[in-house]
Design a protein around this ligand. Sequence first.
Ligand code: CO
Length: 297
Amino acid sequence: MDKTTEKTRTIEHIITATETREGGGFIVHRPFPTSWIREFDPFLLLDEMGPVHYSPGEAVGAPDHPHRGFETVTYLLEGHMRHKDSRGHAGQLTPGDVQWMTAGSGVVHSEMPDAEFARVGGSAHGFQVWVNLPRKDKMIRPRYQELESAQIPVGTNAEGTASVRVIAGEALGIKAVTETRTPIYFLHFTLKPGARVVQSIPARYNAFAYVISGEGRFGPERKQATDHQMVIFENDADSVILENPAEARAPLNFLLLAGIPLNEPVVRYGPFVMNTEDEIRQAIADFQNGKMGAIDF
Ligand code: CO
């Protein structure tokens, strides 16, 4: 089919993230959850961490806290973070790195600025996405997939005007190396002025874009969205149009996320996301009784 006449997804809404403070007090821009969008099935939360510039000694993070029943995906653009958890796992994130953590039955972890980064100060910017797990997978063993920046596959269009870092799913002929429990797209696009991409996203997937920098045009209506804005696509076609207008003076950077809705009950209590109130009570009890462990190294 000719791309110019192909039906593509229209835009349902464009919403602006609210600014809030999380964990030890770091600034996040959060498009959801809000009182209006409780979740975006199968995604439970999107936090843009910063962008913020820390003076020496100012950087903050999220000290020891538990998770159960979903996955946390951390994608760092600027800064230097270190994480540790109750399973004895420790690692770090530098710009461009991804940590895909399947919390499953439960971990206690900490997500803190690297000590030297905190001492010197600097810019911090990144994302954390919570991906829900289907009922059958909520109590699986915790798992990590850590991708250094250089391990993330990159696709480019024929004209060389668009590139994409394929963290999950497939784009511009390139497949991700990440394994997900349900099919997910997690793409970071960079479009030069004048670039236009038609990305395949089957209609059964819920899909949205979140602008990191620049000013894009989305959908056949060419709706405008800029940084801290989330573009929600209708489920009315099998592809989306993404464009940086020719008159733009800067590249357009955005995330494109999509997933097949689980259509299961979501009961959430802070860091626990289960299907029933009883399962939440069990999660709280298990955490309090030390069954998710503690960070002791
Ligand atoms: Co966490």
